[in-house]
Design a protein around this ligand. Structure first.
Ligand code: NAD
Length: 516
């Protein structure tokens, strides 16, 4: 097989290829493993027409009918686990365990979760009002599918982050077109096969392979766009959505801090720091990207993590238990990680282990621990998205919180302390969409919990009731059942009634402390 490296440009703003296909490369070996069509606007428009045509019948199936197919797909993922893992590992270079833990288990559980919870989250909600003017009237909120949803995904979790959001969108009764990353399109195509084999009506789920231009063409066609990817591309997506006045939901980059307080269980904090910064080669939006440790436990913490990181095995994952750290999925990401490490070292940081890109045909970066870092360094203020752990010593919790909040990002964070009540207090002061105490990242697998970013880490959230309602048109309904022929506020206006109503409003709202 030929060894071909992908061009080192960003996945955003890439021009359409002269050829009409895109090579898919295994980043752990550098080998081309497949190629997919680079679809243009006309292809996407045809898909949109197809998706719209089939959507009413899909919606009419109802929650129960749709759930049957989703539950079959849940079982399909487990029955075809090895094939799904092999596909994910081959196009991402991640380890078998990273694929099983963070993709297979997520995808399978998400099918079951949305099959079960869609009817409850999208049931009509009765509302009570304190307004005298609507006394006796029936008030409720209903949810109907928007129609055709566009989902654009990144390369780091082709099943969880690209395909994962398609599940609630479909459970709500929408048709979906998924534009996976051009770097990792194969898992999405496999999921199309999965749904097809599970009886999904043709056209409800379609995969539009291609680059940024295909993503742009998709935004032109759909009723709502759900985007997961970098903050830079997210901004462009938001602008396009604003021009079309369609809703958009953005899950973007992060620079998650971990705070280790002086009373922490240092052994647990060290294990967690190593796992949550290096798992998936650090290519997780909610990876631990920087660590702040209170001075009294700093040396012990740094000693433990350095020893643990040195013991990690990196390489091509050939099956269960063969490597902890896999390849970097997107070759240009290795350059970013290398630049952040080199710039930190040039600024006075020390590398305790790792620090270099790997040798060989694949794209690897050594698991790296950095100390003597500060916030002037890109390793501390930009998303690194690699297997690095920069650690800073802090005087106290106040300094840790101040530094944790000194970031344009606000996706996730974690706090380690034996005093869980204090941990919760600290968590609430960190400006992030999710904060874990004595843990990290695990909030993602609790599908009942909303997950979304603060600051430039996103707009909106996935999971929980909001994670499916966003794919719906919310409608408020007011029904007047018992009423006179003419209400007192209707025409004609009379001086007497106007004055009476004025007195009533003064009585209701003019005495302070009233909510209406
Ligand atoms: P990216 O922004 O480069 O690309 C994401 C997707 O957008 C790709 O499918 C790409 O083809 C497409 N695209 C590029 N330009 C476009 C345009 N102008 N219009 C429409 N679509 C366009 O991101 P990436 O490098 O693939 O992914 C890594 C990033 O994703 C990291 O920043 C990571 O933090 C973030 N991410 C966030 C979450 C989250 O839930 N918050 C989850 C996973 C990854």
């Amino acid at each position: 097989m030929t060894t071909v490296k992908q061009s080192p440009e960003s996945t955003e703003e890439t021009a359409p290829s002269a050829a009409s296909s895109i090579d898919v490369v295994n980043p752990a070996t550098g080998q081309i493993i497949d190629n997919v069509p680079d679809l243009g606007p006309a292809d996407v428009q045809a898909m949109a027409e197809r998706g719209r045509a089939v959507q009413p019948a899909w919606e009419a199936l109802g929650f129960e009918g749709r759930a049957k197919i989703l539950l079959r797909a849940q079982k399909w993922i487990i029955d075809h686990k090895e094939e799904v893992i092999e596909t994910i590992v081959s196009e991402t270079g991640k380890t078998y365990e990273d694929a099983q833990l963070a993709e297979i288990s997520y995808g399978a559980s998400a099918f079951g979760f949305w099959a079960k919870h869609a009817p409850e989250y999208l049931a009509d909600v009765k509302v009570k009002s304190g307004s005298l003017m609507v006394k006796g009237k029936k008030l409720m909120v209903t949810y109907r599918p928007l129609g055709l949803i566009g989902i654009i995904g990144p390369w780091n979790y082709p099943l969880t982050n690209s395909f994962g959001d398609c599940i609630p969108a479909m459970a709500a009764g929408n048709s979906v077109i998924l534009k996976p990353s051009e770097v990792t399109p194969l898992t999405s195509l496999l999921m199309a096969r999965c749904l097809d084999e599970c009886g999904m009506p043709a056209g409800v789920f379609q995969v539009a392979t291609g680059r940024g231009d295909t993503g742009r063409a998709l935004i032109e066609q759909v009723d709502m766009i759900m985007f997961t990817g970098s903050t830079a591309t997210g901004r462009k997506v938001a602008v396009m959505a604003a021009e079309r006045l369609i809703p958009c939901s953005l899950e973007l980059g992060g620079k998650d801090p971990m705070i280790v307080l002086r009373d922490a269980d240092v052994e647990r904090a060290a294990n967690a720091a190593v796992f949550f910064s290096m798992q998936n080669s650090g290519q997780t939006c909610i990876s631990t990207e920087r660590v702040y440790v209170e001075a009294p436990v700093y040396d012990e913490f740094v000693g433990k993590v350095t020893e643990k990181v040195k013991a990690l095995r990196q390489g091509i994952s050939s099956g269960p238990g063969t490597a902890e750290i896999g390849a970097m999925t997107f070759p240009p990401q290795v350059d970013i990680v290398e630049r952040h490490v080199n710039e930190a070292v040039a600024g006075g940081a020390k590398v305790l282990t790792g620090g270099k890109r790997g040798s060989g045909p694949g794209d690897f970066f050594e698991p790296t621990v950095l100390v003597d870092v500060d916030h002037s360094m890109t390793a501390m203020n930009e998303e690194t998205f690699g297997p690095t752990m920069p650690i800073m010593k802090v005087e106290d919790a106040e300094e840790a919180i101040r530094l944790a909040n000194d970031s344009e990002f606000g996706l996730g964070a974690s706090v380690f302390t034996r005093d869980v009540a204090r941990g919760e207090e600290v968590a609430k002061r960190v400006h992030a969409g999710a904060v874990c105490v004595n843990d990290a990242m695990l909030n993602y697998v609790a599908l009942e919990l909303p997950m979304g970013g603060a600051k430039t880490s996103g707009i909106g959230s996935r999971h929980g009731a909001g994670g499916i309602r966003k794919f719906c048109q919310q409608q408020s309904i007011l029904v007047s059942r018992l009423h006179p022929k003419r209400d007192v506020h209707m025409f004609p206006y009379t001086e007497k009634m106007t004055n009476r109503l004025g007195k009533l409003f003064a009585f209701l709202y003019g005495r302070g402390n009233r909510d209406h």
